[in-house]
Ligand binder design. Structure first.
Ligand SMILES: C[S@@+](CC[C@H](N)C(=O)[O-])C[C@H]1O[C@@H](n2cnc3c(N)ncnc32)[C@H](O)[C@@H]1O
Length: 151
């Protein structure tokens, strides 16, 4: 697919779509996940040690499979520094995006359809002292692109 091409309109694929274009069942499912994660130290420990070898810093723990080595290679590839802004689409609880912003000295904008994920990301930003350098908003990649075009 041409990288400049817009992704297909989700409304044409399914009627399970929110006003800003995310799948409602996905958003609701992740809301439940992020709410449950806050109270499950055991799940967090098991995920961290098995999904990414326990090597990502615990204060930036996440629910993906990104290892610290992969994150370092991505950060080197994008070449961001102080004064730059990183955008983390599908940021969830904000772990990898905040880690990257801290490493690079950059600003972070995180976008995710899950309100619970956004809430967790804001709390984490405060915990790691990055709240002044980060902003999180509910939405998805389509809404984010439309917002940038409108500016
Ligand atoms: C596996 S989680 C990863 C979250 C985070 N990046 C991390 O590493 O912990 C996938 C995330 O994608 C988000 N997501 C699902 N549909 C999306 C969409 N259309 N636009 C942006 N994010 C979406 C979910 O809400 C969820 O937070």
């Amino acid at each position: 697919m041409d990288s400049q091409q817009e992704p297909p309109d989700p409304a044409r694929i399914s009627n399970d779509v929110t006003d800003d274009g995310a799948f409602a069942s996905v958003r609701d499912g992740y809301d439940a996940v992020y709410d449950a994660l806050a109270g499950s130290a055991t799940f967090n420990r098991i995920w961290r040690s098995h999904a990414y070898n326990g090597e990502f810093p615990v204060e930036f723990a996440h629910i993906g499979f990104l290892t610290l080595g992969e994150a370092n290679r991505m950060l080197a590839a994008v070449q961001v520094g102080a004064g730059d802004t990183l955008v983390d689409v599908a940021c969830g609880g904000g772990g990898p995006g905040l880690w990257a912003a801290q490493q690079a000295g950059a600003m972070l904008v995180g976008v995710d359809p899950s309100a619970a994920g956004i809430g967790a990301a804001r709390e984490r930003a405060r915990d790691v002292g990055l709240d002044a350098r980060s902003a999180f908003r509910a939405g998805n990649i389509r809404a984010h692109r439309a917002h940038r075009r409108a500016r």
